[in-house]
Design a protein around this ligand. Structure first.
Ligand SMILES: NC(=O)c1ccc[n+]([C@@H]2O[C@H](COP(=O)([O-])OP(=O)(O)OC[C@H]3O[C@@H](n4cnc5c(N)ncnc54)[C@H](OP(=O)(O)O)[C@@H]3O)[C@@H](O)[C@H]2O)c1
Length: 344
């Protein structure tokens, strides 16, 4: 019989890539999505798998939705991706963020405990739980000091998953993932802001792209690589927590230059701080400017992870490097803007 996996948050970036990975591995894939007016299967459609994933409605704020879904589907594995996942929005909506991200995870854990404690559970934890690191790479044992309501909400959910593992012997795994991107990334995230914004400048849809902190550094990988690591975590004999990262941090400014290069711009940086601008040397026009309104109340300046444990125990390694990732995303946004295609 086929293994069955339930993905909560199946309409998001990771949900789509994981669904594809599981289908390729012979799984029956069930996707939970919330009621929404916007197209829920757009990312699954992009990957050509919308007909292969069985969709169910589930609102994580409703405890009965969650328990009924687990009861009805009784999967072998549950992946919890459902979240208010945008750090900046969490400063504006802290209560909502904690409700969905923390209590939502606990609702799922309680449903598993009540229905079938043998169900394997994956919690989508995040490098934002670390806050700004010191110079070294962050590992599974680095202390957490989150600097946003999002980070706090995910840390509390992480601690609950560890607790259910230790208290009830449940197979709860927490993947502490550093940023992973793709052409399916939401347009509010900085990498997509950059690739989509620059594609719009290229095609004359806007004059200039405004960005926040150009000096922020992130450890960016490709989502398609990361979902394989998540799946491997749930196939282990014993449950544990794992960092997935590339081990290399890149400045926003450098990601911009890579994406801009892929779109045919030649960026020269002029000015400093709030007055810094990215000038396209082909035309002499400013195509990037800094907008202080996009700075966060508390910035996480640098994040870089060590995937050593995942490499040793899961045999996992990333494949796509940042230049390839930036080029992949830029090419896709170039095509979308040029052809007026649907976006996420
Ligand atoms: N991508 C990263 O770099 C990264 C890094 C570390 C951790 N994470 C975490 O990994 C998970 C997956 O990331 P992602 O990039 O795929 O995020 P995403 O694209 O924002 O997907 C989030 C998913 O959660 C769903 N959702 C939100 N609120 C919900 C609610 N109240 N009830 C039910 N579903 C709800 C969304 O549904 P709608 O489509 O209806 O909005 C969407 O399917 C998230 O939990 C994120 O916080 C991501």
């Amino acid at each position: 019989m086929k293994n069955t996996a339930l993905i909560l948050g199946a309409s998001g970036q990771d949900g789509a890539y994981l669904a594809k990975h599981l289908l390729q591995n012979g799984y029956r894939v069930l996707g939970a999505v919330r009621r929404s007016a916007s197209p829920r299967a757009a990312r699954l459609q992009y990957l050509g798998i919308e007909r292969d994933v069985e969709l169910f409605e589930c609102e994580l704020l409703e405890p009965t939705n969650v328990i009924k879904l687990v009861e009805k589907t009784r999967p072998r594995e549950i992946y919890n991706f459902a979240a208010q996942s945008f750090v900046a929005a969490s400063f504006e909506q802290p209560l909502f963020t904690l409700d969905v991200n923390t209590l939502g995870a606990v609702r799922i854990l309680e449903a598993i405990r009540a229905v079938d404690p043998a169900i394997r559970f994956y919690q989508a934890s995040t490098s934002e739980m670390f806050g700004s690191g010191d110079d070294g790479a962050q590992t599974e044992t680095t202390p957490f000091r989150p600097r946003s309501p999002y980070g706090v909400s995910k840390l509390a959910a992480h601690a609950m998953a560890v607790n259910y593992r230790e208290s009830y012997g449940m197979f709860c795994v927490s993947g502490i993932l550093f940023n992973h991107e793709s052409p399916l990334r939401g347009r509010e995230f900085v990498t997509r802001r950059v690739t989509l914004g620059l594609a719009e400048v290229k095609h004359g849809r806007r004059d200039c792209l405004a960005l926040g902190n150009l000096d922020a550094q992130r450890d960016w990988g490709f989502a398609g690589d990361y979902v394989e690591g998540m799946w491997r975590m749930l196939q282990q004999e014993r449950a544990g927590d794992y960092v997935l990262a590339t081990g290399t941090a890149t400045r926003v400014r450098d990601f911009v230059a890579l994406a801009a290069g892929a779109l045919g711009f030649k960026i020269a940086w002029e000015g400093t701080g709030r007055d810094e601008r990215g000038i396209d040397r082909n035309t002499g026009r400013a195509v990037i400017r800094v907008d202080p309104a996009l700075f966060r109340p508390a910035e996480v300046h640098a994040l870089r992870g060590s995937p050593a444990k995942a490499a040793a125990e899961l045999g996992w390694a990333h494949r796509v490097e940042v230049p390839e990732l930036a080029a992949m995303m830029a090419a896709e946004d170039d095509r979308r803007v040029r052809d007026g295609l649907q976006d996420f």
